[in-house]
Design a binder for this molecule. Structure first.
Ligand SMILES: *Cc1c(COP(=O)(O)O)cnc(C)c1O
Length: 362
């Protein structure tokens, strides 16, 4: 029986990548050493880092002359602090779109920075069942506008970047390289790797080089994009293994045809699940259809006992980790890049059969 893992994160990785890791774990490229034992000052690592950066920029259609790639630690959560510390230097004022839990977390961390004004300019609270529209009137005196492009918990996503005359900072953690945004519209993008790219322990930051030059020099080194960039992400020991896996995943993604091609597959996967929800009265999803996420699909039967039966029986059928987030309850299917179309088909079939079998219990 095939096993499909719908976990929200740390998430599933492509099987060919896992196989390659296994095959070369004890001997990295003929060195006789494991990638787990390679020095971050070795030529093997320097080459690996350069390849990973190049592949990432290629997939995002960004130029190496314009954007710097950083491989950091501390998760997306540390970026909630680093982004304002480094970027909010002119107006000391930042604008946030409150689209859900992670946007609220990002705002709460920014508010802890002394002398920084944090404005919520759009909000989908309290239900977070849509993506709020941003309308800024007059000259906006903000250092940037912060967006969380996909809401991992509530299952909403931003499909069209707002037309604002402000630098954009994006938390792309949960749909990073899964949806094809015009990445060059962002001043800075960050993403925790464990949703779409690599195991936990790596955070990717892509930042405009012109901004790096304007950043403060008086920040502690590990909080300074400028100092981290000057040492090419190896100011201290970087997460070598995670960067190695990221490089393999990026190569795999290039083989799939790139971000636009994987987005097309992701649309098919999501459509299968949304159709199963919409074509019955058995399941519900609260999100406005235009704002539905491609990567995280929350749904419920409306009955918590029946939801629990669904989760248990799905697991017995090899459909793992469908339990919803503790804030929302119900179920959630996460359909990251590494989830094959067959996994979504299997879930759709299971949902339709389960609805038939349990119709009279509602
Ligand atoms: C998972 C997630 C985070 C948290 O990431 P960490 O790397 O665990 O800090 C932040 N933002 C979004 C959108 C997420 O999905």
């Amino acid at each position: 029986m095939p096993i499909y893992n719908f976990v929200a994160g740390p998430a599933t990785l492509p099987v060919p990548v896992l196989n390659q890791i296994q095959a070369e774990l004890t001997d990295y490229q003929g060195t006789g050493l494991s990638i787990l034992e390679i020095s971050h000052r070795s030529p093997q690592f320097t080459t690996l880092l350069a390849q990973a950066k190049q592949l990432l920029l290629q997939l995002m259609h960004l130029k190496a002359s314009e954007y710097e790639v950083l491989f950091l630690q501390g998760g997306a959560t540390l970026q909630f602090t680093m982004a304002p510390l480094n970027l909010a230097t002119k107006f000391h004022r930042v604008a946030f779109v409150n689209s859900g839990h992670w946007a609220e977390r990002a705002m709460a961390e920014a508010k802890l920075i002394p002398d920084l004004v944090v404005d919520e300019v759009a909000s989908a609270a309290p239900h977070f069942n849509h993506f709020p529209l941003v309308e800024l009137t007059g000259p906006a005196k903000y250092d940037y506008l912060h967006l969380t492009t996909n809401n991992t918990i509530y299952g909403t996503a931003l499909n069209q970047l707002p037309e604002v005359d402000l630098p954009l900072v994006g938390d792309l953690s949960s749909n990073f390289l899964a949806q094809d945004y015009p990445f060059d519209r962002f001043a800075l993008i960050y993403a925790g790797a464990q949703k779409n790219l690599a195991p936990a322990g790596l955070t990717v930051v892509v930042v405009k080089k012109t901004l790096l030059a304007q950043m403060p020099t008086a920040l502690p080194a590990m909080l300074s994009y400028r100092k981290l960039a000057a040492k090419d992400s190896a100011l201290n020991t970087p997460p070598v293994f995670q960067i190695y896996v990221a490089k393999l995943v990026l190569e795999w993604l290039v083989k799939q045809g790139g971000v636009a091609a994987i987005e097309a597959v992701n649309r098919q996967k999501a459509q299968l699940i949304y159709d199963a929800i919409d074509q019955t009265t058995f399941y519900h999803n609260q999100v406005r259809p235009a704002d539905r996420s491609l990567t995280n699909v929350p749904f419920t039967t409306g009955d918590s006992e029946l939801d629990q039966t669904f989760i248990t029986k799905a697991q017995q059928a090899g459909l793992m980790n469908l339990k919803g987030h503790r804030l929302t309850g119900g179920m959630r299917a996460s359909l990251y890049n590494a989830m094959p179309l067959e996994g979504a088909v299997a879930l759709r079939n299971f949902m339709l059969q389960f609805a038939k079998d349990h119709e009279e219990e509602k």
